[in-house]
Design a protein. Sequence first.
Lengths: 219, 92
Amino acid sequence: MYEVERITIEVVSAVACFILVRFMIKPFRLTGETRYLGLPLGFGFLGLTYAFSALSFSPLFDFPSIGGVQLIVRAFAFLFLAVTYYFSKSAKEPKLLWNMTLGLLSAILAILILYAILSPQFLWPNYGLAQIYVRVFDLVCLSYISIHALKSHIEQPDPTTLMIPLGYILLGIGQYSLLVWAVDASILAFFGALALRLVGLAVFLYVSYLTFYSSKKGG
Amino acid sequence: MKTIQRRDKLKIYGDLLSALYSESSAEKIVLTQVQVKIKVPFDRLKTYITELVNLGLIENEISLELTKKGTQYLREYERVLDFMKRMGLEYR
């Protein structure tokens, strides 16, 4: 039911995320600091999970573990973003600590994906319950990022810094709606989550375009 | 007590280019004013200027004018910094 609408939303979300990666990689490219790599990784992985979602509707795509892989990759996307915000707080954090965290997270992600493909019954004895736990985890990561971004806005009040916390909050409410959908299968909650996600991603795209394609500074 | 945060070289280069750009409208760029703006010792300021000339971001050590490459770098630097601020990320 509503397959065309769902595929369209997933494709649009994936494209939006891949466009955002182009902007999100700029802080790393300018500073060369690996602690900013979590931004492109986070949005890149998010885009991949939306692309997987769209592909899962295709009759040519026969991959039963897709749901589990998607759940793990999306959780890691939010985790990469949260870790980036955590490490951006202070330049005193040694680079080695961030590099080790990035390496460790990547290794855990690879192992979990392998388990999800080769032995899903071991990783998810109860898939329905696992879905709820993972979505709660996503929500915790997004709440942390939203609070961090809001705190930055409060420290330096500026109308331009309010949009991004709003974007993260919309993504967070979207995750909450998905949690409601996982519990009681409400179709309204599901499509509400997709709509909130689209609006949230549109906010990120708007801010990125505003920053990089408006001619106001530097001659 | 107010603490001065440590800046990496990239940030100092960006701040220096920004200060030189904003001073460029004046008849002559006064180095001590630039020094006060970017808060570095005078001897180190001279070293940074030499490095920026070698990188092709400043014409020469006398005119202190930004090259086309320097202006482009400054524009991208300010945009990325603005983007990071909007994203709620800190860069020191």
